[in-house]
Ligand binder design. Structure first.
Ligand SMILES: [Zn+2]
Length: 321
C-alpha cells in the first residue's frame, strides 16, 4: 500500500469553491523535467486565494486540484526514474499495478498508484457533477505550444478553449498517456481530458502560457465567470497561434527504443514544415526520412524520451469547429 505521506507529495494545491460544480484536476510534472506547469499551478492557487478579497462577487464553482505527476523524478530534475510515466496509463497496466505487492512496484508504478488514489479519494469526497483533467507539459524543442484532445467532443471543446492549436489523433498514435486513461469508462463520473504543451522546458514564458491555459480551462468549464478572472497572459497564446492551424491531426509517430541511438537533425521547431523524403534523424539502423509532406511536432532533443518526432497535418473539419 502507498502511504498517505507519499500520496501527499503529489499535491500542489486544492481550491474548494463555495458552489457545486466540476472537479478540475490539473496535473503537471508528469515528466519530471517539466517544471513550468508546477510553477503555473502554484501561481494560480495564489491568485484564487487572493481573488475573493479583491473581487467581492467572485464565486468558484466546484474544485481545483493541482498535482505533480512524477514527483520522484521531479525532485531529481529528471524526466523519469525507470520509465515514462505518461506511457503507463493503459487499463492492463493499471490493473497490474493495483494487483502487485508494493515491494515489487518501481518508481513510476508508485506514482501512478498514488495519483489514482488521490483522484479517486477527491471524487468520493466532493461528488462532482463531472471531472475535467488538464495535463500540463512542455517540450524539448522550441515553439511547441498546442493543446492535445482525445476524440471526444467535450475534450475537443475544452482543448479549443485553451486558445492554442489543437492536435487530434494522439490516441491512435501512441498508448498509455493520461488522456487514454482519464475517460468516463474508468471512473464513476463523466471525465473529459485534454493536455497542453506550453513551449520549451526552460523558457520562462512557458509558465505564463500554462497559467493562461489553466484560466482558459476554468472559464470553458464555467468554474469561473469570464468577467471574474483577469487573464493577461492569454494574448501570448492568441498572438502565437494566429498563423497556425486551428486543428491538426497526427499522421505519423516515430517511436524509439533506448538502444536505437536516435539523433534528431538539429534545428527543427514545432510546426515547422517538412517534405516527403526529407532527412529528419539518424539511428543505428541508418537514415530516417519523412514519409510525407507534413508539419513536425515534438522533435526529440533530450536524452530520455519514447518518441523521436510526430508528424501532423492541418484538418478542416466542421465537427471540430
Ligand atoms: Zn511532457
Amino acid at each position: 500500500m502507498s502511504s498517505i505521506n507519499t500520496n501527499k507529495r503529489h499535491i500542489i494545491g486544492r481550491y474548494i469553491g463555495e458552489e457545486p460544480g466540476p472537479l478540475l484536476i490539473c496535473t503537471a510534472g508528469m515528466h519530471g523535467n517539466e517544471p513550468a506547469g508546477v510553477e503555473a499551478l502554484k501561481t494560480v492557487f495564489t491568485l484564487l486565494e487572493r481573488e475573493p478579497s479583491v473581487n467581492l462577487d467572485f464565486k468558484y464553482k466546484g474544485r481545483l486540484l493541482g498535482l505533480i505527476g512524477n514527483w520522484r523524478a521531479y525532485s531529481q530534475g529528471k524526466r523519469f526514474i525507470v520509465k515514462d510515466l505518461n506511457r503507463q496509463w493503459t487499463t492492463e497496466n493499471v490493473e497490474r499495478i493495483r494487483n502487485t505487492d508494493s515491494s515489487q512496484l518501481d518508481s513510476e508504478d508508485r506514482d501512478l498508484l498514488e495519483i489514482l488514489n488521490l483522484v479517486e479519494a477527491e471524487i468520493a469526497a466532493c461528488k462532482p457533477t463531472h471531472v475535467v483533467l488538464l495535463d500540463l507539459h512542455t517540450t524539448s524543442a522550441g515553439g511547441g505550444i498546442f493543446a492535445i484532445a482525445t476524440d471526444e467532443q467535450e475534450s475537443i471543446r475544452i482543448a479549443t478553449g485553451l486558445h492554442a492549436p489543437v492536435i487530434t489523433g494522439l490516441m491512435r498514435g501512441i498508448r498509455g498517456t493520461t488522456l487514454h486513461y482519464f475517460s468516463t469508462e474508468n471512473f464513476p463520473v463523466p471525465i473529459a481530458a485534454a493536455a497542453f504543451e506550453a513551449g520549451q522546458h526552460e523558457d520562462p514564458v512557458s509558465v505564463n502560457r500554462s497559467i493562461a491555459a489553466i484560466i482558459n480551462c476554468m472559464r470553458s468549464i464555467e468554474a469561473v465567470k469570464p468577467e471574474d478572472v483577469e487573464n493577461r497572459h492569454d494574448e501570448i497564446l492568441v498572438e502565437y497561434s494566429k498563423n497556425l492551424p486551428k486543428i491538426a491531426e497526427i499522421i505519423n509517430v516515430h517511436p524509439i527504443k533506448t538502444d536505437d541511438c536516435f539523433r534528431m537533425k538539429p534545428g527543427y521547431q514545432n510546426f515547422q514544415s517538412v517534405v516527403k523524403g526529407e532527412l529528419l534523424a539518424q539511428d543505428r539502423h541508418g537514415e530516417i526520412r519523412s514519409p510525407a509532406d507534413a508539419l513536425i511536432l515534438m522533435p526529440l532533443y533530450q536524452p530520455q524520451g519514447s518518441d523521436g518526432f510526430f508528424l501532423v497535418k492541418a484538418v478542416n473539419s466542421p465537427i471540430y469547429q
